[in-house]
Design a binder for this molecule. Structure first.
Ligand code: FES
Length: 83
């Protein structure tokens, strides 16, 4: 799957983390806050982010790791897809 044609990107906390599916960092953080996601695969299921070109996986993992630091999420929940 390739990313769609470029469209204006939101700025600040609403910037797109996943350009293919146009999912913002804020949407992913909200899913984390709701307890819906703790892994990359959870993000795929909950938000749809990451199921296109996969170019955003490192950015999503960075947000998940930051959430772990902020909230004490167990490290074993932070696994790359397929691991
Ligand atoms: S940027 Fe392509 S799947 Fe997220």
């Amino acid at each position: 799957m390739s990313c769609p044609a470029p469209t204006p990107e939101p700025t600040g906390q609403d910037r797109w983390l996943c350009h293919c599916l146009q999912v913002t960092e804020a949407e992913i953080r909200q899913a984390i806050d709701r307890g819906e996601v703790g892994s990359l695969e959870d993000v795929f299921t909950s938000t749809g982010a990451g199921i296109g070109s996969t170019a955003c996986h490192r950015r999503i993992l960075k947000v998940l790791k930051q959430a772990r630091i902020d909230e004490g999420m167990p490290a074993e929940r932070l696994q790359p897809a397929g691991h």
